[in-house]
Design a protein around this ligand. Sequence first.
Ligand code: C5P
Length: 223
Amino acid sequence: LKKLVIAVDGYSACGKSTTAKQVASVLGYRYIDTGAMYRAVTMYFLDHHISLTNPKEILKALQDIHITFKVNSKGKSETYLNGLNVEKEIRKMKVSEMVSQVSTVKEVRNALVEQQRRMGKEKALVMDGRDIGTVVFPNADLKLFMTADTLVRAFRRQKELMEKDQLVDLDEVMENILQRDKIDTTRAESPLRQAEDAIVIDTTNISIDEQVDEVVRLAVSKA
Ligand code: C5P
């Protein structure tokens, strides 16, 4: 069977990573969460008070940032920043509120896209983000573009945060999702947009199992 690169893009909180993770596990592929990489950079920038208007400072910081993924004992991939497990920290609202702004910075995108392309060299991978099918892997074997109703996305994200003991108002979650979508779709550097050859999956009314089955079916037809 041919080894594929599967690109999953779409709006915030519509089930990209949940689907991508499970599809990777069914196919025996690696899963890479590029949002986690932008979140880790954001956490570093917040901790080190890096100014987004100072490219020199940004480039210096990027040289000091090393992001890796490690699979934990439960088989879940976790994000490490300079050797430290930051998986929990990067999902907090403090990071969510800043990440889209940090992701507009050209130097940040260049550094992360380069690392992402290196990680994709051996194929057999599912990568999710905002610019995977358009910029990182324009020749991906399968491209998906995920969407869902905003209120449904907010409910799902709030539930996910609650399960991690983070109590956040629905309004606040919703506002963050809309704000990120707005910045992500209107930025100058590789804005979020649907690749011409992407298949759209609207997850508003379908279960996770249905999403996963559909993507696996598409992948098998390409392999
Ligand atoms: O995927 P997640 O929602 O965790 O991504 C967080 C943020 O990182 C997005 O809202 C977007 O601003 C940025 N991002 C990006 N390009 C990617 C992945 C994420 O700009 N490939």
